[in-house]
Ligand binder design. Structure first.
Ligand code: ADP
Length: 513
């Protein structure tokens, strides 16, 4: 048995829950992930079973403890990260009346569209920092009130998945400021539920959990669960924050103006701000990390999923070749793209295949190749798609910059970062240096470090920086930056000009499916 002390970071994600065991210097000792399904009982609904999620949390911790040969005394603390925007309605016996509606649930799209375009919507966004979008629990509650009033009226508590798990363990309904700040019901200024919004929804403060700091620590876990986990009942469980803001900590972007850009399936730009800030145009979010740190940023729907779409729909040939060569088809696609100069010789791609969140918040936007000519070959299309993804991320970064001022250091992560070529492309687009930290499980590391901070083991979250090696740095190529600046201008103009046409083509799609 390895005798040193450890800290466990738990990350309740969209497809799985991961428990990661970290040494005290942030190195991963071991981890265990438990996956679960998502249900779509109706078009646009996206749900998960709270019981299954709870057992996944239990199993992931048990699995990690077992694999890491960890004894009860060695666990210094447990820190929690969870996906934002989940909602479960529970009754007075603390039993779920609904499944857990997750952030991809779009059932409230009509309610969101109406509220977003009203004075009330703008006021709510400015107070709460949560964009008015179907992902927001506020909008989900509006939907419930309208479509399932009998369930809405019977509800004892409206909670998120983290609150559900913590209630099982500690019989307390508490919610950290961070998860609360992503509900659309929570005031960024007072760090409390907003009475006006509660009245607007027709719910009582007692139907929500008590908001607490992200360093709030729970002890005396119910004996039954502590025994099953193989940990002491008194192990400090630090409530933590949401996965997005903790991912910033986990990549080492923790000081004001430092930014983290992630491009996995989707993408996000997130920057630390020392005061809460929202956008006059409603383009960005503002979520709490701690009482003096906020994360201002924006998510894009159209990240790495576009290269996956290209590979799966048009890349049968590349898949074959990659298989023969024993390489990843993505590596082959990016090699092809590299044969074409920056700007894809005048082929521009608007990447809105799944609508867009930040900065446009336009569910009707669609993809467009613009400027196709006979000289454009496969590789031009591949490169244009990769450039389109970078442009969508760049447009979010510009909105964030408008809100909080210039970004200082930028750290990148996510599946796209496996490709040095794609990273350089983003660097050229941004016209700024990019750092690539060697990071794995950033949200879990963020949760674990917040736990160490809460129990007084580290004096600031900045210590995480010294745990992370920078594996590479990129400097912008000025010539490419100039080309991209010109194309980006065209990109934003094209979007504006096509905005109304996108409405037509997306309703056409719905009409004739
Ligand atoms: P998620 O965690 O969101 O499921 P990942 O972080 O695994 O996603 O990233 C997935 C995306 O990263 C893929 O869709 C692809 O666009 C991109 N990606 C993964 N590997 C590579 C690679 N070797 N080269 C270029 N892009 C890659």
């Amino acid at each position: 048995m390895n005798g040193s002390q450890v800290v466990i970071g738990i990350d309740i994600g969209t497809t799985s829950t991961k428990a990661v065991i970290f040494e005290e210097d942030g190195r991963i000792r071991t981890m265990h992930a438990v996956e679960y399904p998502m249900f779509h009982p109706q078009r646009e609904w996206a749900e998960q079973d709270p019981h299954v999620l709870f057992s996944a949390v239990m199993q992931s911790i048990q699995g990690a403890i077992y694999k890491g040969h960890v004894s009860a005394e060695q666990v210094k603390a447990i820190g929690f990260s969870a996906a934002m925007h989940s909602l479960i309605l529970v009754d007075e016996h603390h039993r779920p009346l609904t499944n857990c509606m997750i952030w991809t649930d779009n059932r409230g799209s009509k309610q969101a569209e109406q509220l977003r375009n009203s004075e009330k919507g703008i006021e709510i966004y400015k107070k709460t920092g949560t964009p008015i979008h179907p992902m927001s629990p506020l909008v989900k509650l509006m939907w419930f009130k309208e479509h399932m009033p009998h369930v809405f009226e019977r509800t004892y508590k409206f909670i998120s998945i983290k609150e559900y798990v913590l209630y099982q363990w500690f019989q307390q309904y508490v919610v950290d400021y961070s998860i609360a700040s992503a509900t659309g019901l929570f005031s960024l200024q007072t760090l409390d539920w907003d009475e006006e919004i509660l009245t607007f929804l027709g719910i009582e403060r007692s139907q929500l959990s008590s908001p607490v700091s992200t360093t709030y620590t729970l002890r005396e876990m119910a004996k039954r669960w502590a025994e099953q986990l193989g940990i002491s009942r008194n192990t400090p469980v630090v409530i933590g924050a949401s996965d997005g803001v903790l991912a910033n900590v986990g990549v080492g972007a923790v000081l004001p103006h430092e930014a983290a850009i992630t491009i996995g399936t989707s993408g996000a730009v997130r920057t630390i701000s020392s005061i809460p800030k929202t956008d006059e145009q409603g383009r960005t979010f503002c979520y709490v990390l701690s009482e003096n740190q906020w994360v201002v940023g924006g998510p894009t729907n159209n990240g790495g999923i576009l290269l996956r779409w290209l590979r799966d729909e048009f890349g049968a040939q590349e898949k074959e070749v990659a298989k023969r060569l024993g390489i990843d088809p993505y590596d082959l696609l990016t090699q092809y793209a590299a044969r074409v100069p920056a700007g894809s010789e005048g082929l521009l791609f608007l990447p809105f295949l799944s609508g867009e969140r930040a900065p446009y918040w336009d569910a009707h936007a669609r993809g467009t190749f613009f400027g196709i000519s006979l000289q454009h070959k496969r590789e031009h299309f591949i490169r244009a798609v990769m450039e389109g993804v970078c442009m969508s991320v760049f447009s979010v970064a510009l909105a964030v910059r408008d809100v909080i001022g210039p970004l200082s250091e930028i750290r990148v992560s996510g599946g796209f970062a496996k490709s040095p070529f794609w990273r350089q492309m983003l660097c050229d687009m941004m016209g700024k240096e990019l750092l690539v930290p060697e990071t794995h499980e950033a949200s879990a590391l963020g949760a674990a470090s917040l736990a160490l901070y809460a129990i007084g083991d580290i004096s600031s979250l900045q210590e995480v920086k010294s745990w992370l090696r920078i594996s590479s740095r990129h400097e912008p190529n000025e010539q490419h930056t100039a080309i991209y600046a010109e194309l980006f201008d065209l990109y934003t103009r094209l979007y504006r000009q096509l905005k109304d046409e996108f409405q037509i083509i997306s309703s056409f799609q719905r009409k004739y499916v």
